[in-house]
Design a protein around this ligand. Sequence first.
Ligand SMILES: *Cc1c(COP(=O)(O)O)cnc(C)c1O
Length: 395
Amino acid sequence: MSIYDQFQVRTIINAKGPSTRLSGGFLDPEVSAAMAEAATHCVDMAELQAGASKVIAEVTGAEAGIVTSGAAAGLLLGTAACIAGLDPGKMGRLPDTLGMKREVIMVRSQRNFYDHAVRTTGARLVEVGLADRYAGAGVRDAEAWEIAEEIGDQTAAVFYVAGGNSQPPLPEVTRVAHASGIPVIVDAAGQLPPAGNLKRFLAEGADLVAFSGGKAIGGPQGSGILAGKRDLIMSAVLQHLDLDIYWEQWDPPQSLIDKHRLIGAPRHGIGRPCKVGKETVIGLLVALRKFIAETDEDRSRRFKGLIQRLQAALTGVDHARIQVTGGTAPKLELHLAKEAPRTAMELCVALERGSPSVHPDPSRVRNGVVVFSPWCMRDEDPERIAAAVKPLLRY
Ligand SMILES: *Cc1c(COP(=O)(O)O)cnc(C)c1O
């Protein structure tokens, strides 16, 4: 019996990885225990975020950081910080950006569904560059000089989505942005592992970086990290925290919020709907510690073990070739033969609708490939997946 049975919800086998649609991954018992314990006391949320800031600073090399309700929330808060700075009046007016610097420059080929978080603040995205390489027409994409040329007196920030394929390279982007005093916000939501990326983007000059807590870090599904420059983090947390408090009464921890630099108390800001609970903050911090305690090699070996079991259980599968890919995130690919009884898309759909419901990674179905990721597999899953796949590929 699972807790989900009580609410007539079925559990699924997640072979796609920690995607939000499939509820992220699952928590290590140590993380759930920490969250349960955190729930039994009350704390001052500003103090809790100041404690989180110390841990995040240590782990990322940033000056400061906060726990957010996901990477997307971090992008919203980070953009709001770049627009409003430490001005409580501006904070209060967002998302009305009339009279404020409100343009956020972004490479056109990096546009994605999550940039809604940036636009939520009232920012206006300004796209640069032509993604010629994606059209198949050529090899080029946006170049740093195009970003430099677009920077003007309305520019609040440059927004950069990190990825193996992102162009131009981040160090070139931060160089041209900083030459005009413009901060760079990096979406690194899915850029872990390798764990070295916790430090990398800041080391390459990013002023703010957002990570997802519910993906590889293994934190609560609705958690994330925003790390970076002290003033920007101070602005972000001011627009995030609940500030239903008298000015004279308010005594925030100075390491995170330097009250003396404010002309007055900001009100609940644009980030207030992105609230994080104390359990989430503690869960994320404990998960983060566990994530960096395990080496990339050990993590990869652990996942490889699940993939090897899946491969063994799939032995003799009809009309498909198995290929295992390595690296920090090993995967198993099922390359379907032309004469297979189902297309890759049809196999995915049949697996999802089956019982148990198995969700593979469908990102390559157009090429006839169904991918299985070990990231969110439970120990009993590899054999159950193979048992579901085999009959579906038999005539
Ligand atoms: C997952 C993801 C996000 C959103 O992260 P959440 O933690 O779910 O808010 C943003 N950007 C990219 C590139 C992502 O992959």
